[in-house]
Structures are given as structure tokens and as C-alpha cells.
Design a protein. Structure first.
Length: 254
């Protein structure tokens, strides 16, 4: 059994070596690894001699890619998640770049840790669905607060069916606008749209007259289908693309 496992490990090392490519770029050596990111692109790191050892860096690729995909990292919660993840690999954040320092003796280990950190940061924000949903909800709350829009988070109403429905935000009625109920949908699809629609249909008759419902749709990764948008509209829920949230700011702030 030991010999069998050793053979498998040797094969892994051979694969890793065979699939790794090097290229000189001025003072740096570009290392293309066999590991791929969520775009199916091979991860690349850059090595440079520094202070008798080596500086290894992703040149800001992973964090920059998250920002371009609409996943900003400015909130305290996201910064804490990022720092916690990097600390587990002994990796530092220098601006947007993930980096480690290595010596000749620990070069292979530090390189491995950096690659694993790159994969973990990418996975942390885009493959862990509950975490992403939580972060999108945080984004909506931050945006409401930024524009001084009064709201109460996590409000539960009992519908005419007797079922309870939990809504993400409720904006109280004002002299200009009626009560507004907001739901944040991180992954807009038929199931999530129907769930929001049912909650609103069951609730609206027991709420004050003219109350309105809005659904914020996260379109950072992809644009929600027309079917999802039309389904919400047909049940009197106002769909709002996150990229177009400014269009309803005055309605919500009044």
C-alpha cells in the first residue's frame, strides 16, 4: 500500500513539474501553474530576487479579477474574510497583490501556499453561495445607509394564509411614499422569483394600502433572464437590477 501511494505521489510531482511553464519578464520569472481559476485560466505567479531570497506575487490578479466581476472588498466584513483566509496560508496583501517571501530552502512550500491562497480567495467570494448571498445583502444595506434611506432589516409579516414571511428590508411610509418592502435576490432565477412573489402576494392584503414591493436582483455575474423579470412584474413586484439601483433611489429615499 505504501509503495502504491508513493507511486501516486511521484506521479503528482511529475505532473506538477511537467505542467509548469517559466518565462523571463525583465526582473521577474513568470510561473504558469497547472491550477486553474473560475474562468478556467491557468494561475500565474511572479518570482523576483529580493533581500537574499525571493518575492512571490500574483501581481494583483485574484483581487483585481474579483473587483472587475463586481465583488468589491472595501467593507469590514469582506476585509476580515480576506485577511482570515490569507493568514491561514501565511500570505500577505500588498495593495491588491497576494505575496510571500521565500528562501531557497522553502521556495517550493511558499509557492504552493501562494497558489492555494489564490484559489481560496477566489472560492471564498464566488463558490460559497451562502457567503456571497450574505455579502450581497450587506451591499444593499450599505447602499441604503449611504443614501440616508431609513429602513428596518429582517422584518417578519404573517400573510393571509397564516404563513410567516421574512423580508430583508422595510422602508416605512412617509408623507410622499407608502410603505416599501425590499427583498435582495443574490441568484435571480425562477425559483427565487416565485418565492419572493408568493411572499408578497400572501402579504400585501394585510399591509397598509398602496404598499409596494421591490426585488433587488444581483446582476454582478450575469444579467437575470427576461422570464425572471417578467415573473416579478406580473405579481406586482418591482424588479431592480443592482447595476441600475440609482434609478429607484429617489423613490426609496422619499
Amino acid at each position: 500500500m505504501i509503495d502504491e501511494v508513493q507511486k501516486l505521489l511521484d506521479q503528482y510531482v511529475a505532473w506538477l513539474k511537467d505542467k509548469t511553464a517559466l518565462r523571463q519578464i525583465q526582473d521577474y520569472v513568470e510561473i504558469t501553474t497547472p491550477y486553474v481559476d473560475r474562468h478556467n485560466d491557468h494561475l500565474q505567479i511572479y518570482a523576483k530576487r529580493e533581500n537574499g531570497g525571493y518575492l512571490l506575487s500574483d501581481d494583483g490578479y485574484v483581487v483585481g479579477d474579483l473587483r472587475l466581476s463586481g465583488c468589491e472588498l472595501e467593507s469590514r466584513k469582506r476585509k476580515d474574510l480576506l485577511r482570515l483566509t490569507l493568514n491561514g496560508f501565511g500570505v500577505q496583501l500588498d495593495g491588491d497583490a497576494l505575496s510571500v517571501h521565500a528562501s531557497r530552502d522553502n521556495f517550493a512550500l511558499r509557492k504552493h501556499n501562494l497558489v492555494q491562497a489564490m484559489l481560496a480567495v477566489n472560492d471564498l467570494f464566488y463558490l460559497a453561495v451562502p457567503m456571497v448571498a450574505s455579502l450581497f445583502l450587506e451591499d444593499v444595506a450599505s447602499w441604503l445607509s449611504l443614501h440616508d434611506i431609513r429602513f428596518t432589516p429582517k422584518v417578519k409579516f404573517t400573510g393571509k394564509s397564516g404563513y410567516d414571511h421574512l423580508f430583508d428590508f422595510v422602508i416605512p411610509a412617509s408623507k410622499k411614499e407608502p410603505e416599501r418592502i425590499l427583498q435582495a435576490i443574490n441568484r435571480p432565477n425562477r425559483d427565487t422569483a416565485q418565492s419572493v412573489a408568493f411572499g408578497w402576494i400572501d402579504t400585501k392584503d394585510v399591509r397598509p394600502p398602496n404598499s409596494r414591493a421591490y426585488a433587488f436582483l444581483n446582476d454582478s455575474d450575469q444579467t437575470p433572464s427576461a422570464a425572471v423579470v417578467d415573473a416579478l412584474k406580473s405579481y406586482d413586484v418591482h424588479p431592480v437590477l443592482w447595476s441600475g439601483r440609482e434609478d429607484v433611489r429617489e423613490q426609496l429615499a422619499a
